[in-house]
Design a protein around this ligand. Structure first.
Ligand code: CUA
Length: 365
């Protein structure tokens, strides 16, 4: 008795399936809106990297195709069905000339590629003479930026969204408060690791005003994927206005307003223990928090974004959410539920408190 055979899958169907899956994978690589496309540089620094990558890419393509063609030729020309059962192809093991050739050729090629590579690396490591300085602090899971004070204004501190002027190099000096992060804005510059206990530098520059997307690119814990960032480039005049505006303390809300209730809650709920809000935080609180930028070993004190002008930002919580009343309220209801591992605790606020706080934070422009 013969057992029933499973239905045979026709080879043409298999081929069709492979084709569909293959094409699907290939087309999935295309994107119309790809704000983090490193292959479309929008500043001189990222362009310098692209100018290095593109020629090396084509050299690699030519070599890759040559190797593939050689493999296909060898498997076709020397296949058993063509040459017969006992056929042994000519053996070239120990052929000195060939072996020297294929040792030297790649070595020469790598040496040639090394010249522009090393010179670009050294060039990008320099701090351009006309650069503007910003200090960057990575923390689980957001970014803090500090613009040094000048003779006419105090320091400016903001979170997640880095504002820069166009056509000027911006030299970032970066460290981390906790674990290793990595800073990357693909259209404006390469990546740089952000390491606790060390200072690393990275220069970025944008050609045009606009918003550039970036994110942390070193696995740093539960919300690594939620540690995003934006760079917002302005014309030089607009940028100066932004700096002046952000150097000022918050504007006090009108007495008796919902926003004023919100401001009272900021103090009552202890928000200023972790957040700086200039005009509301005491001088001691601000000094204590600035001192916590670099965490001392074993100090578990949370450290949170400066709120002085939070209402002027487009996003919050590591640029994870758009800044609007709905997202802000949802956040205040239960932050750790909205963002894995968030150090902002659930304060068990009432809906009235949430309403007052959200409206107040939005008013801080
Ligand atoms: Cu920070 Cu990944």
């Amino acid at each position: 008795m013969t057992s029933p055979q499973p239905p045979r899958v026709r080879p043409s169907r298999v081929r069709f399936g492979v084709l569909v899956v293959g094409l699907g994978l290939l087309l999935a690589a295309c994107a119309e809106n790809a704000p983090q496309d490193t292959l479309e540089p929008e500043g001189p620094i990222s362009r310098q990297i692209d100018d290095l990558v593109t020629p090396i890419f084509w050299v690699a393509i030519v070599i890759g195709l040559a190797v593939l063609a050689a493999i296909l030729y060898a498997s076709w020309a020397f296949r058993r069905s063509r040459q017969g059962e006992d056929y042994i192809p000519p053996q070239i093991h120990g052929n000195t000339r060939l072996e020297i050739g294929w040792t030297i050729a790649p070595a020469v090629l790598l040496a040639v590629i090394a010249v522009p590579t090393v010179s670009t690396i050294l060039d990008l490591a320099d701090r351009p003479a006309d650069a503007m300085d910003v200090t960057v602090y990575g923390a689980q899971w957001w970014w803090e930026y500090e613009y040094p004070s000048t003779s006419t204004r105090g320091p400016v501190v903001t979170a997640n969204e880095l504002h820069i002027p166009i056509d000027q190099p911006v030299h970032l000096t970066m460290t981390s408060r906790d674990v290793i992060h990595s800073y990357w804005v693909p259209k404006l510059a390469g990546k740089k690791d952000v390491v606790p206990g060390r200072w690393h530098t990275l220069t970025i520059q944008a050609d045009e005003p606009g918003e550039y997307f970036g994110q942390c690119v070193e696995f740093c814990g539960a919300s690594h994927a939620n540690m995003r960032l934006r760079v917002i480039a302005h014309t030089p005049d607009e940028f100066e206005d932004w700096l002046d505006h952000n150097a000022a303390d918050r504007t006090a809300p009108p007495a008796g307003s919902l926003e004023a209730t919100g401001e009272d809650l900021i103090t009552a709920k202890g928000c200023t223990t972790c957040h700086v809000l200039r005009g509301v935080s005491t001088a001691d609180q601000i000094e204590a928090l600035r001192g916590r930028l670099i965490r001392v070993d074993g100090d578990p004190t949370p450290f949170a974004p400066d709120l002085t002008h939070v209402g002027s930002r487009g996003t919050f919580a590591g640029s994870l959410f758009d800044l609007n009343i709905g997202e802000l309220k949802a956040w205040l209801r239960n932050p750790p539920e909205r963002k894995d591992g968030s150090l902002m605790p659930n304060l068990n606020l009432t809906e009235d408190e949430i309403d007052a706080l959200a409206n107040y934070l939005l008013s801080l422009d």
